[in-house]
Design a protein around this ligand. Sequence first.
Ligand SMILES: [Zn+2]
Length: 341
Amino acid sequence: MSSLSVAPWIAAQAKVLLAQRGHAWLLAGPSGLGQYSLALALAQAWLCEKPTPQGACGTCGSCHAIEVRTHADLCVLMPETVMLELGWPLSEKAQAEVDDKKRKASKEIRVDAMRDAVEFSQRTSARGRGKAVLVFPAERMNNITANALLKTLEEPPGDVKFILATEAAHQLLPTIRSRCLGHTLQWPDARASLAWLEGQGVPVAEAPVILKAAGGRPEDALQFSPNTGPAGRTAQAWVKLPKAMAQGDVSLLKDWSPAQVVDALHKLCHDMLAVKVGAQARFFEAADLPGGGTLATLTAWSKALAATARTVEHPFNAGLMLESLVSQAQNALNSKQARTP
Ligand SMILES: [Zn+2]
């Protein structure tokens, strides 16, 4: 990623943070606001050979090494699943274990990876501009890895900077939080978000739909684009979703993951309840919402969805789960007020 492709609201925040000193930063805030992009922009600027107050130059050898994911002075500490998703190479040992099917790619930041990072921070810089350790999502450290990082943060070896990015700062050890300078990601305004989405190739008519679907978070919105998200999770599907659920139509969601289905139903339920009490729909257009549903059944549905969300990563049978979720939605959306005798 060159500094030039960073979204304008990320670039503006990078400029502010680069003007400050600090060897450890914690970037926090809800998902989809660009913690990872900002963390990478900062690391790239720190290591750049010709940095400006705006950030990295995007063209020097160091910037290029980051772009091709082989910078000797940048250590990314992430769960293996996230590394694969974001195009970072695993360590040779880890890659071999995953290739040989000895184990699956880890969803946590592994102790081995933390050990490598601690060792990395004690080495001398290869390019002579210091080193950076990027931890994302920082809440995926367990107690052992978090304590190992804490020790390094407490006694930082000279020329290394740390940047932790998280979507759940409350899950971090308070001692880690207090060792870092904190920055809360800023919410971009709708106009800048829409312009950015269009710049990413999202058609003008679809950008507002998917931005709404993602609750106003532009990076999350890209997951509703056929280019970057799963098949069938599109702006068109989002518009049709409320009525399809009222009709019990499962086919619309057949390519979505269980977590995506639960998320979408939660948003639908939220908007149905909002409209019932005279508030604004947030994720859908009010005109696209079905007319039925009582306050009591919608509230019960919301509770049931919250319970499902806790176990959704490991469904017993994804197909059955989808059918039961859709039938639950259909019942709630078609419930009518009992007639008083
Ligand atoms: Zn550069």
